[in-house]
Design a protein around this ligand. Structure first.
Ligand code: 5GP
Length: 127
């Protein structure tokens, strides 16, 4: 079954310029902006400009150019924020929620980049 993309989602509106955002970085294929409700001192959302719903959708159907561009933007944001643990910088976390079980609020693929404080464990043990 093809992925169904709802072009009325909030991030689609941001991409069309209908809703303002605090842009961190923009390229031909990718937009990165500050999360409106930051969960950490640094909380950046990275989204492809293409109409992809989830990480799997993007990974399976985006072009090589889109995937490379998106990935490089993630690296450049981490570097700009001093979040390069392998280079002496602080740590960070990337998260992508998908679907109902993943508690995805906005159905346009996005990667959260969180950092600037110790983040604790990713998930609590089940049960
Ligand atoms: P999800 O649960 O889908 O992974 O996360 C969606 C994220 O989008 C949330 O962290 C939420 O705070 C953020 N968000 C929702 N609406 C807006 C908005 O209008 N502008 C921005 N910048 N972030 C938003």
């Amino acid at each position: 079954m093809p992925y169904a993309y709802d072009d009325q989602n909030i991030f689609a509106k941001i991409l069309r310029g209908e809703i303002p955002n605090k842009t961190v970085m923009e390229t031909d294929h990718t937009l990165a902006f500050e999360d409106i409700q930051p969960q950490a001192p640094h909380h950046v959302l990275v989204i492809p400009k293409g109409a992809y719903v989830t990480a799997d959708h993007f990974a399976l159907e985006a072009s090589d150019a889109e995937i490379v561009d998106f990935t490089r933007v993630v690296g450049q944001i981490c570097r700009a924020l001093g979040m390069q643990p392998g280079e002496g910088g602080v740590g960070y976390r990337t998260i992508s929620n998908a679907g109902e079980d993943g508690v995805q609020e906005v159905p346009h693929y996005h990667l959260h980049i969180l950092g600037g404080r110790p983040l604790g464990r990713m998930l609590q043990p089940a049960g």
